[in-house]
Design a binder for this molecule. Structure first.
Ligand code: TYD
Length: 197
């Protein structure tokens, strides 16, 4: 299973992934936790470049897709082929939301590049952690350039995710995280995963 986690800034993806991984360990389900951009040696170097430098949107898109091609071949695919689950913090839906809906690049082109970078392998399941953008931004410490871009930018990102969810309802599960504890969010995700065990 390839399971991806998406959301606007500060929605608590990383905490959920950490908690889920602990539960999967106790259930003896072999899995790999990874992230985009990053998740392999070269992709982590590209990550350092993208997150803290302003650049042309097209350059940014190509770097995300370059990191993805590398991460997919070096980390995701081998793990899936060896029968492990992959829990990935952000994936192709983030590119559509951030570079497409928020930066304004052509979404058809982004879909093509996403397909190229992943050999058309879609996630089996995608959790969208739903939190008002104002609350998420207030949580952000050591903000990256997207967090610094502010509320209007994040609202466009959110619109992008909602578009993907409408288009692919079977793949997405929306977890409402407002006023929920990390444990409650983790339990909700585990209930969903229970259908796949
Ligand atoms: P990160 O610090 O991991 O943020 P978060 O904890 O919110 O995931 O940085 C990843 C950033 O990269 C995040 O702001 C979203 C952005 N991003 C894109 O713009 N396009 C993409 O394709 C991906 C994977 C991430």
């Amino acid at each position: 299973m390839l399971i991806t986690f998406e959301g606007t800034e500060g929605c608590g993806k990383s905490t959920l992934i950490r908690n889920l991984s602990l539960k999967l360990q106790s259930l003896k389900i072999p899995h790999v936790v990874t992230r985009e951009p990053g998740g392999s040696a070269v992709a982590e170097q590209i990550r350092a470049l993208i997150l803290h430098h302003e650049m042309d949107p097209l350059t940014e898109l190509f770097l995300y897709e370059a990191a993805r091609a590398e991460h997919f071949k070096k980390t995701v695919l081998p793990a899936l082929q060896s029968g492990q689950w992959v829990l990935c913090d952000r994936f192709t839906d983030s590119t559509l939301a951030y570079q497409g809906f928020a930066r304004g690049l052509d979404t058809g082109m982004i879909e093509k590049l996403n397909h190229m970078a992943t050999g058309r392998r879609k996630p089996d399941l995608t959790f969208f952690l739903d939190l008002p953008v104002e609350e998420g931004l207030a949580r952000a410490q050591d903000p990256n350039k997207f967090e610094k871009a502010g509320i209007a930018f994040q609202k466009k990102v959110r619109k992008g995710f909602l578009h993907s969810i409408r288009k692919d309802q079977k793949r997405f599960r929306v977890l409402r995280v407002k006023n929920k504890t990390p444990e409650q969010v983790c339990q909700a995700a585990l209930r969903v995963l229970g259908d796949f065990l």
